[in-house]
Design a protein around this ligand. Structure first.
Ligand code: FE2
Length: 224
């Protein structure tokens, strides 16, 4: 069969670079493009808003928590980049696994569990995303007791940015509706997180999160 080639572009795009021109793309622009790609992957599945809202919510939660337990992270934009791109490795997980509605086989579970490493590989060529962003992306599923993935790191050998993000991510996951269960009320989700301090989560980070969430809920009572 003859190979079909794309027709050559005949219209110059506004802002397009002249051949040979050099452009310097900032890390922030790379993050925006990758976040957009991640959201649009879910566009035809009708989950565009859900994916976008999760990214916004979990980033907001993680930044608020960092303000309590690790304020230096707020001065480093790479922490927010890592939060926004935490699951970018899911781009390289196959649809047959991501969209499966029945229980995953062990091999499929292994594929899902590769997403932190795949995410590290996706951002590896962007110097502005090294260190802190890579730590969130690569270690956000590690557990304090060493039973997490992908590397089975334990305790403080898990980078602090990832320990902070993991608590925010769990709270967001529990308090939003999932196809297999209703959303948990915030108070119940906080109880679950509290129970997992010292096993799943860094107990110091959990303590700061409980304090911060309780303050937030007291200051913003539910609408009448
Ligand atoms: Fe993840």
């Amino acid at each position: 069969m003859a190979v079909q080639h794309e027709p050559e572009a005949s219209i110059a795009l506004p802002g397009a670079l002249e051949p040979g021109a050099i452009d310097f793309v900032t890390a922030n622009e790379v993050v925006q493009a990758l976040v957009r790609a991640f959201e649009l992957r879910d566009y035809r599945r009708g989950k565009f808003a859900e994916t976008r809202d999760h990214t916004e919510r979990v980033s907001h939660l993680a930044l608020g928590l960092a303000g309590s337990v690790a304020p230096h992270l707020l001065e480093d934009p790479r922490f927010e980049y890592g939060c926004r791109l935490h699951d970018i490795g899911m781009l390289a997980v196959s649809d047959s696994v991501l969209l499966k509605r029945t229980a995953l086989t062990p091999a499929q579970l292994d594929e899902i569990r590769e997403h932190p490493l795949l995410g590290e590989r996706i951002i590896a060529s962007v110097p502005g995303l090294n260190d802190v962003a890579r730590q969130v992306i690569g270690s956000h599923h590690e557990r304090w007791d060493g039973t997490g993935y992908p590397r089975g790191r334990r305790g403080e050998s898990i980078p602090l940015p990832a320990r902070v993000f993991a608590v925010a991510d769990a709270f967001d996951a529990m308090t939003r509706e999932q196809p297999w269960r209703a959303a948990l009320p915030a108070e119940l989700a906080l109880e679950e997180i509290s129970r997992a301090a010292g096993t799943h989560f860094d107990p110091t980070v959990v303590g700061a999160f409980l304090d911060e969430r309780h303050h937030t809920m007291v200051e913003a009572p539910a609408p009448a």
